[in-house]
Design a protein. Structure first.
Length: 73
């Protein structure tokens, strides 16, 4: 999948959950959505992108979910 498209999708998910009143609830929402609705190869690509040149393009909630190890491929 196109890197920019994948990062954009992850960022839109994070933007939705960023409106949650509790930060933990927002993190849980992002992690749960990525685990439930993204297939393993999409998560794997996102993890690779986060460690590379696209890492700075990720929404802070996505970054935090990845850095905390809350999603795997």
């Amino acid at each position: 999948m196109n890197a920019e498209h994948l990062v954009g999708m992850a960022n839109r998910i994070a933007a939705f959950f960023a409106a949650m009143p509790e930060h933990t609830e927002a993190l849980d929402g992002v992690a749960t959505h990525l685990k439930k609705f993204w297939e393993p190869r999409m998560r794997s690509q996102l993890l690779q992108l986060a460690g590379g040149s696209h890492g700075e393009d990720l929404h802070p909630l996505v970054r935090e979910v990845i850095d905390a190890g809350r999603i795997t491929a």
